[in-house]
Structures are given as structure tokens and as C-alpha cells.
Design a binder for this molecule. Structure first.
Ligand SMILES: NC(=O)c1ccc[n+]([C@@H]2O[C@H](COP(=O)([O-])OP(=O)(O)OC[C@H]3O[C@@H](n4cnc5c(N)ncnc54)[C@H](OP(=O)(O)O)[C@@H]3O)[C@@H](O)[C@H]2O)c1
Length: 251
């Protein structure tokens, strides 16, 4: 098997479940040593670490609450201390709260929305800033967005969509800032995956699928493969790009 990421160190935020866990496995299959973060699921994170080690790479899990920006620099320090450097950063961890509630709904929990902005946006930026200072030349930063960042599509997702659209702008600016060191920065806009974040009723799921060009939910491994490609040497001339892996939701 080709191992284009051998001797590379990757950090995948939110690697304990869902797309993050699938991405960690894809990067390990490509030969990278992989650090993951989590906030609550210590057991699931430990299980993913075991799966990665079984693939013959080094792996470790770090508990770090992404909503707290002061924890970003020590997280990056810990990863570098444990693995000796950093080559690939996948900003995957995010939450979706108050989904489906319109902004004028009196029951909307503003504090929950604020925590989502902190987790999905300011927390990600803090990690990118800390990582950019130490990332090795020719590194890769891949931010995970959503089709909702390009097209809200239905009511009740303004705040979630804004966190992802904001990251698109940061992706492009960071791509300009870091290109002189060969570091690329890209966004993958993921689509409908049946993870813990996305567990709608069968009726709502049917409605969501009907809005896609490819009328099915995706396996997280499909998007993890796109992320692994962007992390590899073959993607050296792609930066500042927003790549849709969402079944044509934005088509
Ligand atoms: N699922 C979809 O249909 C869909 C569609 C479009 C885009 N996306 C995007 O794809 C990415 C992955 O989503 P998913 O569906 O795989 O989510 P998920 O299954 O809910 O997993 C979320 C991951 O993020 C971690 N996390 C949550 N809050 C955190 C915090 N404050 N600090 C550190 N880690 C935290 C979780 O850790 P714990 O396990 O410790 O809680 C978990 O590992 C997200 O960026 C999401 O916005 C998902």
C-alpha cells in the first residue's frame, strides 16, 4: 500500500467520533502518525487511538475544549512535544445546536449558540494561529466546512452556517499568508453523514436527501478520502480552495 504521509505528523480535532475518526484512520492508512482531540468521549478517543496503532503508526488522544481559545497553544505544544513536529492539521471538531430554530424563535438558547460560535469558529482560528507558528514547511491545513456555509437551503441554520462561512474566509486568508512556506490551506465542505451530529427522523432525513444531486447519505470515509488527498503531496498546488464533498447539495 502507498504511504504518502509516512514520517508526517497529523492532528485531527474531534477525532473520537464521526468524520474525525474516519479521517484519523485515512491519514494513518497513508502512513501518518496521528494525534486526535476530544472533549467528552475519552473511551471513544482511546478506541480510535487503538485502531490507529493497529495500523502501525503512533497515535495519541488529547482532551482539549475547542471552545476555550486559551487551550489552543498548549494543545499544539503537547502534540509537538509528543510527536516531534506537526505537518497536517485537520480542523474537524464542531457542534450543531438549536438546529431548525429560526433566529426569531423566542425559545432559542443564545448561550448555546455562543458556544457553537466559540467551538466552530473562534476556537478553530486559535488552533490555526498556534499551529501556523510551528508547522513544518509544506504542511497542510484542512478546515471542515459544510454545504450550509455556501447555501443555507432551509430555515433554522443561520448561526451554524455563519460559523462555516466565516471559516471559508479564514481559509482563503490563511492560504495567502502561509503559501511562502509551502503550507496549503483548504476547506472541505462535508455533506449529509449519519453521525451523532446528524440523527434526524426518517421523514426529515428523506427531505434532506431529496435536496441532493446524489440522493443518499454519505459514508464519512468518502469525505475522509478527500481530506487525505489534500493532506498528501499530490495536492501541493491546491490552496485556498473550497471543495464540496456533499453529494451535490450546492449544485
Ligand atoms: N454530520 C453531518 O451531516 C455533517 C454535514 C456537514 C458538515 N459536517 C461537519 O463535519 C465535521 C464532523 O462532524 P460529525 O458529524 O463527525 O460530528 P460528531 O459525530 O458530532 O463528532 C464531533 C466531534 O467533535 C468533537 N468536539 C465537539 N465539541 C468539541 C469541543 N468543544 N472541543 C473539542 N472537540 C469537540 C467531539 O468530541 P467528543 O466525542 O469528545 O464529544 C467529536 O469528536 C464537523 O465540522 C461538522 O460541522 C457534518
Amino acid at each position: 500500500m502507498s504511504r504518502p504521509l509516512q514520517n508526517k505528523v497529523a492532528l485531527v480535532t474531534g477525532g473520537s467520533r464521526g468524520l474525525g475518526a474516519a479521517t484519523a484512520r485515512s491519514l494513518a492508512d497513508a502512513g501518518a502518525d496521528v494525534a486526535i482531540t476530544y472533549v467528552a468521549s475519552a473511551d471513544k478517543a482511546a478506541e480510535v487511538v487503538k485502531q490507529l496503532e493497529d495500523k502501525g503508526v503512533q497515535a495519541a488522544a488529547f482532551r482539549s475544549d475547542q471552545a476555550n481559545t486559551t487551550l489552543a497553544p498548549p494543545l499544539i505544544d503537547d502534540v509537538v512535544a509528543r510527536f516531534g513536529g506537526l505537518d497536517v492539521l485537520v480542523n474537524n471538531a464542531a457542534i450543531g445546536v438549536e438546529s431548525g430554530k429560526t433566529i426569531d424563535d423566542p425559545s432559542v438558547d443564545a448561550a448555546a449558540l455562543d458556544r457553537m460560535h466559540a467551538t466552530n469558529y473562534t476556537g478553530v482560528i486559535a488552533i490555526i494561529r498556534a499551529a501556523a507558528k510551528v508547522m513544518r514547511d509544506n504542511g497542510r491545513i484542512i478546515n471542515i466546512g459544510s454545504g450550509l456555509g455556501s447555501r443555507a437551503g432551509r430555515p433554522g441554520f443561520a448561526d451554524y452556517a455563519a460559523t462555516k462561512a466565516g471559516l471559508t474566509g479564514y481559509t482563503k486568508g490563511a492560504a495567502r499568508d502561509l503559501a511562502r512556506r509551502g503550507i496549503t490551506v483548504n476547506m472541505v465542505q462535508a455533506g449529509l453523514m449519519q453521525t451523532d451530529m446528524q440523527a434526524p427522523s426518517p421523514e426529515v432525513l428523506k427531505l434532506m436527501v431529496s435536496g441532493l444531486a446524489i440522493q443518499r447519505v454519505s459514508d464519512p470515509a468518502e469525505t475522509a478520502a478527500v481530506i487525505a488527498f489534500l493532506a498528501g503531496p499530490a495536492a501541493s498546488y491546491i490552496t485556498g480552495a473550497v471543495i464540496d464533498s456533499n453529494g451535490g447539495y450546492t449544485a
